[in-house]
Design a protein around this ligand. Structure first.
Ligand code: NAI
Ligand code: MG
Length: 494
């Protein structure tokens, strides 16, 4: 907390009232009357109480979503009008940008600067991008045999359940809602129990934008209750999930056992970030640093296996350690802060236990390794070198500010080792050799490969995982297929 005394917070953390659920365009308490606390991860203190949804509440939300899907103005609305409403929602986010960013920082702990400069613009862009798609998702005409006119239509998949995590709460709402609404679906969303506040505010903004009541419904609550009620629901047509791999497997299992609802999953990763000796070293140091430590290390696509070519290894590591030492860990509302708290006590303890595992398995801890302070859930930026492929910290998702550096000798070796994981979400390569860059891009089994960059996202470009990192692609044109059914129509012309 080096900066606490050095600079005064520019923005006050907002005051928040207790929150209800958002169903059918209204605030409603949970059927049980139960509530749960959402905490400020920077202090561990309660922000407010939030209605705790369970099966009955999910049922009510699904009824509202079904009604809006089958009967409401949403169904009759033109695709172009849906696009106007999505743009209106983006306008309202711009208008309320500082309020939303402050709420996000308060509930999630991310530095306010990051919320303002990354989460908000990326979220807004997603709504605008999909606003444009609403009236452009064409079917085809197909030259079949016989005297028939055959065409396809892309129809909305129906009522969609969406279960999201806590690391990018607003952005995850955007990635889930924007393509679903563009296609004309209606939604029941369960935000993560750690971060329900911005999603709930988005419900209100959606109504203000003119999106009819019941089109988006938000049921805050816990995974095994409200989440499981969504994935097993008989009247939800599709479930979209982002979170831990094991939870994704549960979601898929209950989707299979209930009504075979469509499933898309965005799960974790253990993404290789490969630095060759011929790279622009300073750019690679920055990219490697950002690729791991951004968002307190809580990124599904974090470059959590940093492979550095032997020839430059020691010099590279030295620069990284120096970079880690200037990280400013502290109050997310302090403009000087570059790293806020982890999301929860549970995650902080999990990260510290991975650090213990790194030490006991013989990796070399070069910096960090400890909790910061005794209030809130802050962890020092931590770097391990001498990490071996088989170590726990090299195999499992840590989801915290812990960097693992592995040494390699040549390209064949690093391709093989880079791919030696059940995950396949992302990968990155740093080199000035165009042939090497292409060979790596072709060989790495990952949904996104960044060359001489990291964490580049655009609403127009798909994102998702190979192997156990998920099923389906979010963003871009590809996401539309996750929210639509193809209907084939034959007309007898004979
Ligand atoms: P999680 O997968 O349990 O939680 C994500 C969402 O799923 C939350 O909304 C949660 O309430 C819900 N959920 C939990 N159990 C459920 C169930 N049985 N049925 C339906 N929904 C359920 O992740 P958690 O426990 O918050 O974090 C654990 C680890 O997962 C992290 O340390 C990290 O490694 C990974 N993770 C990955 C994320 C990603 O973006 N790929 C995001 C968050 C966590
Ligand atoms: Mg969990």
């Amino acid at each position: 907390m080096a900066t606490e005394a050095a600079s005064k917070p520019r923005v006050q953390a907002p005051k928040v009232q207790n929150q209800k659920m958002w169903i059918g365009g209204k605030w409603v308490p949970s059927a049980s009357g139960k509530t749960f606390a959402t905490l400020n991860p920077a202090t561990g203190q309660e922000i407010c109480q939030v209605a705790e949804g369970d099966k009955v509440d999910v049922d009510m939300a699904v009824l509202a979503a079904r009604k809006a899907f089958e009967e409401g103005p949403w169904k009759k609305m033109s695709a172009a009008e849906r696009g106007r409403l999505l743009n209106k929602l983006a306008d309202l986010m711009e208008k309320n940008l500082h309020e939303l960013a402050a709420l996000e920082s308060l509930d999630n702990g991310k530095p306010l600067n990051d919320a303002i400069n990354a989460d908000l613009p990326l979220s807004i862009k997603a709504y605008r991008y999909y606003a444009g798609w609403c009236d452009k998702n064409h079917g085809k005409t197909i030259p079949v045999e016989g005297d028939y006119f055959c065409y396809t239509k892309h129809e909305p998949v129906g009522v969609v359940g969406q279960i999201i995590p806590w690391n990018f709460p607003l952005l995850m709402v955007a990635w889930k809602w924007a393509p679903a609404l563009a296609m004309g679906c209606t939604v029941v969303l369960k935000p993560a129990e750690q971060t329900p506040l911005t999603a709930l505010r988005m419900g209100e903004l959606a109504l203000e934008a003119g999106i009819p009541e019941g089109v988006v419904n938000i049921v805050p609550g816990f995974g095994p209750t409200a989440g499981a009620a969504i994935s097993s629901h008989m009247d939800i047509d599709k479930v979209a999930f982002t979170g831990e791999g094991k939870t994704g497997q549960l979601v898929m299992e209950s989707a299979a056992k209930s009504n075979l609802k469509r499933v898309s999953l965005e799960l974790g990763g253990k993404s290789p970030n490969v630095v060759f000796a011929d790279a622009d070293i300073d750019a690679a140091v920055n990219g490697a640093y950002f690729g791991l430590f951004f968002n307190q290390g809580q990124c599904c696509c974090a470059g959590s296996r940093l492979f550095v070519e032997e020839k430059i290894h020691d010099a590279f590591v030295e620069k990284l350690v120096a970079r880690a030492k200037i990280q400013q860990v502290g109050d997310p509302f302090d403009p000087a802060t570059t790293q806020g708290p982890q999301i929860s006590q549970e995650q902080m303890e999990r990260i510290l236990s991975y650090i213990d595992a790194g030490n006991s398995e013989g990796a070399k801890m070069l910096t960090g390794g400890k909790r910061v302070g005794d209030k809130g859930y802050f962890v020092q930026p931590t770097i391990f070198s001498g990490v071996q492929d088989g170590m726990k910290i090299a195999r499992e998702e840590i989801f915290g500010p812990v960097m693992n550096i592995l040494k390699f000798k040549n390209i064949d070796e690093v391709i093989q080792r880079g791919n030696k994981t059940f995950y396949g979400l992302a990968a990155a390569v740093w080199t000035r050799d165009i042939n090497k860059a292409h060979r790596m891009a072709n060989s790495l089994r990952a949904g996104t490969v960044w060359i001489n960059c990291y964490d580049v996202f655009d609403a127009a470009a798909p994102f998702g995982g190979f192997k156990m990192s998920g099923i389906g692609r979010e963003l871009g044109e590809y996401a539309l297929s996750m929210y639509s059914e193809v209907k084939t129509v034959y007309i007898n012309l004979g």
